[in-house]
Structure formats: structure tokens, C-alpha cells
Write a protein that binds this ligand. Sequence first.
Ligand code: PMP
Ligand code: GLN
Length: 382
Amino acid sequence: MQPTIHSKLPNVGTTIFTVMSSLAAQHNAINLGQGFPDYPMSEELTELVNRAMKDGFNQYTHMNGYPPLREAISEKIEYLYQNKINPDTQITMTPGGTYALYTALTTILQAEDEVIVFEPAYDSYIPAIEVNGAKAIMIELQFTDYSINWEEVRNKISEKTRTIMINSPHNPTGSVLSETDIEQLRAITKDTNILIISDEVYEQLIFDGKQHQSILKYPDLLERSFVCFSFGKVYHCTGWKLGYCIASEYLMKEFRKIHQFNCFTCDTPKQVALSQFLQKRENYLELGSFLQKKRDHFQNLMQQTRLRPLPTFGSYFQVYSYEGISDEGEKDFAKRLTQEQGVATIPVSAFYSSEKNNQVLRFCFAKKESTLEAAVERLIKL
Ligand code: PMP
Ligand code: GLN
């Protein structure tokens, strides 16, 4: 007899990223959907990993992360945000940003707690909340600039609100939080028991001279926050699945209780390599301009098409409207674009909990120029 279980996520199917990447492969389409680069990662970093393996760094490292890497991260934070983070008590390396977010939620959530989530939201947030028995309280970002309506946040706060999740630079829209947003967040959480989970996996990928408003800049907010990062995204190696979480000593102590029995420790040679790579500031200071050139190139090319851009100030992504081209819903249109035009994208509606159709698609521009050019050649025909 087939044993049965009660699904913890009865309404969850396969993620849109896998769905669209599989469809792209099936139809030999150019894949501007799932967010990963098609250009090589840094040769220097690759060499450093090879060397670390040859030098014998192949066994478990410290449960909280290779100590020199935690020190390098702390130095980088002090340089970028003028804040001193204790590498021993406040930083934990994780197998990717998704894991850091999941562990932070698991650390703090009790059944029936409420979590404020802005949508469109990265697709792992709601399942990670629900699997912990808590409830996501959705607030829509304002179309078309995807800004936060803080009045609505105030109205949705209840006695059960445990945490607010923020994400800047934002996936899928490329919007970024401003200092005013941070002030609002401060005003709303001050003298409350509400925590913040800040998803900053696109930390360095910010454009047009804008400043990343990291929670790490604000010691009073960090006191109530888990801040999550991903090396895969910023260093063009999404397959590495390596990231980290930063929190106050008090919160991190609890985070580590969960972490130590989940993955315990992360890939050693990559941590050794990154600890050396981060010694050179240009290795992280030049990331924003590198990606901005790609965004600008893509935007220029896309002017030849009938798709209309919404602004993007960070991340790997740009949202385009197909209003006036088709009345189809986003998922149908994205599928047809993959099958007929040979270009895969992600329907932004996939990042909403309820049916939504703003007639917009997300394009990933973290691609070789030749890939972007070939994709636009196809999109011109629309
Ligand atoms: N948060 C956001 C907003 C993302 O786009 C991603 C995808 N990289 C992640 C978290 C997860 O990062 P990782 O691949 O390191 O788990
Ligand atoms: N973060 C990536 C994106 O938004 C995808 C990661 C994944 O496939 N789960 O495209």
C-alpha cells in the first residue's frame, strides 16, 4: 500500500524558474528567464578555488564559516557601511541566500505568526513562511514604480506581526529602497517586537549612482534584523550556492541553533577562495558598473521592439510591458513567446499570490552581449 502524508505545501507546484527554463530548453529558446549569467565567472576566483583544493582545504571548516572569510566580510562592511560587525558572533555562512532566508524564518516563526510580504515577491518567501505554520500578509507594491505604500503597511500590522520582509535591489522589478523607506521602516518597528528580514542578495548590483540602503548601515535596525546575502548572484556563479546571514549577536545565536543541525557547515574551498578574493576592493566595487553596462546595452537594443520598459535601478532584471501587443495573460504570453519567438522570460504574475495581470514580463540581462543581441533580433518581430 502506498503510504500517504499530509502535504505541508498543498498548493505549491514547480517553481516558475524551472518551468520556464525547461520550456526554453525544449524549444531551443534564448533563455532570458531564470536569473543566471551565461558568461564566465572571474578567472581569478576560479584559480583561487582550484588552489584551495590543491592546498588541501577539503574538509569541514568551522560550523559558522571559514574564519578568514567572516573577517573579510566584516572588513568589507566596515569599508562600505561604516559599521563594525563581529565576525565571530554576527556572521554565519550558508549554502545560498535561500537557505539563509529560510533559516531566519524558521528561527523566529511560531504557528499563527504573521509575516508582512511585499509582492511581487521572490518565490521562496511564502512557502518558507507557511511550512513554518505562519501566515504571509501580502501587500502589493505600487504599479508601475513598485514602491511601498507605508500607510498600507501600518494598516496591516497586527499583534501577530512577527516580521517584515524587504528585498532591495528587488527581484523581479529592479526597484530599490530609498532612505525615506528606511525611515518609514524605522518609525513602524521602533519600540515594537517586530523583526526585519532583509534580502540583499543583489547588494552590489545597483545602478545610476544610487546607494544601496543596506540594513547594515543602520545599527538600530540591525538590532532587529536578519540580513541575507548570496555570493552566487554577485560573483556570477549561481551554481555555487554559497551565501551568508548577518544579525545581532542575540538573534544569530538562535539562527545557529537551527543551522548547526541543518547543513552544519558549507563548502570549504570556495570559502577559502572568497576570503582571498575579497581582499581586493575592485572585485566588489566594479560589479555595479559591469551590470549597468549590460542593462544599458539591453535597453538600447530593446528600443527597436514594441515592448516598453519599466525602470530598473538594480538586480539582474528589467520588467517590460507588452500592453498593446497582446491581450493575453502573462503566463500564456510568456509561454507563447518562448515557443513561437524563441525567447524565454518570466511572467511577473508568478511572483503574486493571487491572479494578477499587469501585462509585464521579467527579462534577465545578466547575459553576454551576443545573447542579448540575438534575443532582441527575435523580439523585433513581435
Ligand atoms: N533572494 C532573491 C531575491 C533571489 O533572486 C534569489 C535568487 N538568487 C535568492 C534570494 C536566492 O539566492 P541563492 O541562489 O544564493 O539561494
Ligand atoms: N533567483 C533566480 C531568479 O529569480 C532563480 C533561482 C531559482 O531558480 N530558484 O531567476
